[in-house]
Design a protein around this ligand. Structure first.
Ligand code: ZN
Ligand code: FE
Length: 260
């Protein structure tokens, strides 16, 4: 879940926590967009100078909701090749419960940014998909992250490849398994033009067959979206063959929870 610090989320963290209790969650995690390492963009991520404010915010939610709700603090960090050391420095500057690695950029192109959407028309969609999945594998191999976020975000605007890219997904599965990274089942795709959870059933079946663990996220940028469509996310995981999902704390898996 996000906070207003990233410049494109609404609502105070307390409202997210209240909503979580309303929808019956026992544990939530904030993983706001970590400071961008390649350039500054206050409409995408917080600035490095805001990290203390971020931690203070989450601390106060944790204190306020104490017994009612467990509140984890994480980060969603962009994977940008060439900036691994700076990314690591940001991740290691504070203790986190989990760190999500996300690919939102192919070189300088923010391919999921509505403002940069027209660039899709200038690209070969098949090449974009291949490059996206190559970056996902590179992000796993960087070992910077515990979880990979929305692992088919490239479908967000509903552009799809004209060739079968199953081999890319199988290669992802092999690398994710080898590096021990966890795949996030992210319900926010249902609210985007793709109208589909990230990742698709097709891809999730391949990850399941390889034994890649999963966890769940609603990627809420608005209190109303906390835990939204988790019933559908669970059904998707079950349909893919998963029997359990993991919970993290202090950057370690603490529980394997049976799906039911
Ligand atoms: Zn965001
Ligand atoms: Fe993201």
């Amino acid at each position: 879940m996000h906070t207003p610090l990233c410049g494109h989320a609404t609502g105070e963290p307390q409202q997210y926590a209240r909503r979580a209790i309303e929808v019956g969650l026992k544990m939530i995690g904030f993983s706001d967009h970590a400071p961008l390492v390649s350039h500054k963009d206050p409409s995408i991520t917080m600035d490095r100078s805001q990290l203390p404010v971020y931690h203070h915010m989450i601390e106060s939610v944790r204190a306020e909701f104490d017994e009612e709700l467990e509140v984890l603090v994480g980060l969603e960090a962009d994977f940008i090749p060439g900036y691994e050391d700076l990314t690591r420095a940001i991740i290691n500057a504070y203790p986190y419960d989990y760190v999500i690695g996300s690919v939102h950029f192919i070189e300088k192109w923010g391919f999921d940014d509505p403002i940069q959407m027209k660039e899709w028309n200038a690209r070969d969609v098949n090449d974009v998909y291949r490059e996206y999945h190559r970056l996902l594998r590179k992000s796993a191999l960087s070992r910077l992250f515990d979880v990979l976020g929305h692992v088919d975000l490239v479908k967000k605007f509903d552009f799809h490849p004209t060739v079968d890219i199953t081999a890319e997904i199988e290669e992802n599965a092999r690398v994710f398994k080898k590096t021990g990274v966890i795949v996030e089942v992210n319900s926010s795709g249902l609210r985007k033009p793709a109208k589909e959870i990230y990742p698709s059933l097709h891809d999730l079946k391949i990850y399941c067959a390889k034994g890649v663990p999963i966890t769940f996220g609603s990627d809420a940028h608005d209190p109303h979206d906390v835990g939204r469509d988790f019933d559908k996310a669970r059904d998707l995981a079950l349909a893919a063959g998963y029997k359990e999902y993991v919970l993290l704390k202090n950057r370690k898996v603490t529980h394997n929870v049976l799906l039911s």
